[in-house]
Ligand binder design. Sequence first.
Ligand SMILES: Nc1nc2c(ncn2[C@@H]2O[C@H](COP(=O)(O)OP(=O)(O)OP(=O)(O)O)[C@@H](O)[C@H]2O)c(=O)[nH]1
Ligand SMILES: [Mg+2]
Length: 461
Amino acid sequence: MSSLDNDLICAVATPPGEGGVGIVRLSGPGAKEAAQRLFAKELSPRSAHYGMFSVSGEPLDDGIALWFPGPNSFTGEDVVELQGHGSPVVQQAILQALCDAGARLARPGEFSERAFLNGKLDLVQAEAIADLIAAKSRSAAKAALSSFQGVFSTKVTALADRLLRMRIEVEAAIDFPDEDIEILEQAKVAETIAALIGDLNVLIDQAEQGRRLSQGITVALVGAPNVGKSSILNALAGEEAAIVTEIPGTTRDLLKVDVVIEGQPLRLVDTAGLRDSDDPVEQIGIERAREQIGQADTIALVVSAETLLATPIELDVDDYWRGMARLTGVDPEQVSAQDIQLVVNKVDIGQPALDPTWNDRACFVSVVSGAGLKELGARLVQNQTTAGEAAGFSARQRHIQALQKTKDLLGRAAHGYNQRMGPELIAEDCLLAHQTLGEIVGQLTPDDLLGEIFSSFCIGK
Ligand SMILES: Nc1nc2c(ncn2[C@@H]2O[C@H](COP(=O)(O)OP(=O)(O)OP(=O)(O)O)[C@@H](O)[C@H]2O)c(=O)[nH]1
Ligand SMILES: [Mg+2]
């Protein structure tokens, strides 16, 4: 676990730029003393004091100072907030004066990291603060608040407690090799593992909905060259983000653009047109496009009306997708037909017919005339809106991976039990499963992972 730096940190906690109010925050030993070098009035705990902020006796600004003695503060340390006017010049001068008094500038997320290390929040709650700040919709903000209040952590901790109780039984069986099987049977270890796996499946589904809601879904625009993938991205983004030409093979690299449609965040990814190519650069682009197909939440499979009029798709949606999967080298297990949205572009040239099974899955659009684009946007966010109504908390990919890994380890323990392997092996898998679950809330989380999580926070948080 990351060790706690025991020094005084400071940062501007309000957004950069001019504003009505600007807040400078201090945390660590000597916070009050450093603040009192600028603020002459004696601070009493948790009270608002109005007065002047001065540097070397020269008045800089007036405002409110608040002192929260540790451990009853956000970080668990002594915290002072200096709330002045939102002037970048004044705030920089205050920061400089605090650094002269022994503080240093905080790293991004360092206040939250200290709150976590001091046991004020677990890791899921700390991440939820960042998700709440970055929420792009009210439902995403609501879900992040639930996670911040511990809704998700409580579910994880409850599973970890049940796992721990079962581990105790399994460990006990190790000490009695002659009776180990009876002990495991009596303790209903197999039933407990099965129940845990069942509950993990439910939690994975809920967390997946929460992830889609808080991080937004990714839509990959995929298809043959020249069908208009880049044109559709530009139309949905409302800007000329991607290069469009009549030359097939124009797009090589992935291009990611974040858009908000009907209040829902969506990440659009433009990809290189899929075809056999001798050009090494294009080949790399096509390889990246294939990887993206496996990672995206939704595949917008773009075809051109012109091509369909010449060679109609006679297959139903599932057969067509299986054929496409073979053609594009994608594992059909990885992406189901459910995740596919067929986009027939260039309907200004003509309107092709499709097998009726495509009805819910196909959209007819024309970037040239603008027809169908609004409906396409609505379809793409539909998944997410449904998730938004169901998600009770926000979650991240990291959490889902850990839940999945926990489930796999428990599956291995169940297999070991069925094969009558010794309790040592079952105990080992259960220990690993318990540790993996603990990583979600931040027990035994490696330092580098903590560093990665907190560095994505904003400064002053
Ligand atoms: N008639 C018509 N032409 C279109 C439409 N959308 C795009 N085009 C044209 O089709 C050509 C290819 O468009 P792009 O958006 O570059 O196609 P792409 O699928 O990104 O192509 P690659 O990057 O080569 O894979 C361009 O000349 C566009 O102007 C449309 O709705 N109708
Ligand atoms: Mg393109």
